[in-house]
Design a protein around this ligand. Structure first.
Ligand SMILES: C[S@@+](CC[C@H](N)C(=O)[O-])C[C@H]1O[C@@H](n2cnc3c(N)ncnc32)[C@H](O)[C@@H]1O
Length: 318
């Protein structure tokens, strides 16, 4: 079988769907509909991480602007950039005080959300230069735009948890390599906590996370021209893996499934009960995470948690 190397979904499907267990990288959850569903998740009562990280940013965005004096913010997986507004306001205020420019580079794979959010931000923050980048932040060829002053890479939402241990080490190493000495890295990470709360955050009563997870089936159907593949044939599963301290999201086949992917010219057969791993969300111990950052050459400057100790925001320096 030949795979179109210009079709990254086809390449990931060939690598992942026939593996054991079958899996796909979580970026395929985020087409336009997936990004809108994620945005809805951030407002659900069970989904505490967004509220906790917002509280930390409300309390400390000005401290971060002052400590870094960054002239450019590059945000990985920016999505709608909703929480980032707190940083943008603080950096715009600081830049105005110092009479310096500030640039914001939101970077995401989800083109429609990235572009529509960037357009709104440009009109809401006329003093900030906004340059959206449609890029995969796991790309080995990732480069950051040059800046005359310090840059701050920003990675919010606990998205760092979507990497497994090895992927995370590679990501941090590559990030450190593309940052210059004197640049900063602001990272939001969800912390280990009560299992019941963790599972509820990924299995909400309204079923929005279930729709978000099943949307990956729609992405596969549309992107690989699939026949016989329906989102309703899968159950959403969210479970805590205690050994790897992570939530895992799976899609479990409700019946025997035989899909034909026209783009791959290949059948995908799953027997009822087979599970497909769609996302992991690792939860952290703050000192372990500081150790991982240090191992990559990123020195901790300051860290903050919310009042409940649920979420961590950590600023490190290259
Ligand atoms: C969990 S959401 C977080 C969104 C936002 N930063 C927040 O804190 O609410 C993950 C974001 O990362 C983006 N994303 C996922 N994988 C990506 C990748 N490999 N490269 C670039 N963006 C990616 C998704 O499109 C989505 O906007």
């Amino acid at each position: 079988m030949t795979v179109d190397i210009d079709n990254p979904l086809a390449a990931d499907a060939v690598t992942g769907l026939w593996a054991y267990p079958p899996t796909l990288p979580p970026k395929w959850l985020y087409d336009e509909r997936g990004s809108r569903l994620f945005d809805e998740i951030t407002r659900l009562p069970e989904y505490y991480p967004t509220r906790r990280e917002t509280a930390i940013l409300e309390a400390h965005a000005a401290d971060i602007a002052q400590a870094t004096n960054a002239e450019m913010l590059v945000e990985f997986g920016s999505g709608t950039s909703t929480k980032t507004r707190l940083l943008l306001q603080a950096f715009a205020d600081r830049a105005a005080t110092l009479g310096r420019p500030v640039t914001y580079v939101p970077l995401d794979v989800s083109t429609e959300i990235l572009e529509s959010s960037a357009a709104v931000l440009a009109s809401d923050y006329p003093g900030i230069d906004i340059h959206p980048m449609v890029t995969d932040f796991t790309s080995p060829g990732l480069v950051l735009p040059p800046s005359t002053g310090p840059r701050m890479a920003v990675f919010l939402g606990g998205t760092i948890g979507n990497f497994d241990d090895a992927e995370r080490a590679v990501f941090l190493e590559r990030l450190a390599a593309v940052l210059s000495p004197g640049d900063y890295f602001l990272l939001g990470a969800d912390l280990i906590k009560d299992t019941g709360r963790l599972v509820a955050a990924y299995n909400d009563k309204a079923g929005v996370t279930a729709d978000f997870n099943r949307n990956m089936i729609e992405v596969l159907r549309a992107g690989l021209d699939a026949q016989g593949l329906y989102a309703d044939d899968f159950d959403h599963i969210a479970r805590w893996n205690p050994g790897r301290h992570r939530i895992e999201m799976w899609l479990r086949a409700r019946r025997d499934i035989d899909v034909y992917f026209a783009v791959l010219q290949r059948h995908w057969k799953l027997s009822a009960g087979t599970e497909v791993l769609t996302e992991i969300s690792t939860k952290f111990d703050p000192s372990d995470l500081a150790g991982e950052l240090a191992a990559a050459g990123l020195r901790e400057v300051r860290s903050w948690t919310d009042d409940a100790g649920d979420f961590l925001l950590t600023l490190s320096c290259r």
